[in-house]
Design a protein around this ligand. Structure first.
Ligand SMILES: [Fe+2]
Length: 100
């Protein structure tokens, strides 16, 4: 993941607020990818104890998504408004009411 965003590795000045938001989006992307990775592996493992550990780690990654998302919404309140708008549109169009 970081190899695809090398500018993060060689900076000599602090990230701007906009760059921090980008870093948080990349972090969320990495966590979501990790969840898929661990769950896909878990589904292939017959040993119940080992499979349980993979699902447990996947759940930890879900918490990490929440941590990074909380930070992202704090520094990018406009994103929070767009997310709320998306939730409202889904509810209006389908009746599905998403909750956090
Ligand atoms: Fe993580």
């Amino acid at each position: 993941m970081l190899a695809e965003k090398p500018f993060l590795l060689s900076r000599n000045k602090p990230l701007s607020k906009r760059e921090i938001a980008q870093a948080l989006r990349w972090a969320i992307e990495a966590e979501l990818d990790a969840i898929s990775f661990y769950e896909q592996l878990a589904e292939l493992i017959e040993d119940e104890k080992i499979r349980h550990v993979f699902y447990d780690v996947a759940n930890e990654e879900k918490e990490h998504v929440g941590e990074f998302l909380a930070l992202l919404l704090e520094i990018d309140p406009e994103l929070a408004e767009y997310i709320k708008k998306g939730f409202r549109e889904v509810e209006e169009e389908t009746g599905i009411k998403a909750k956090l």
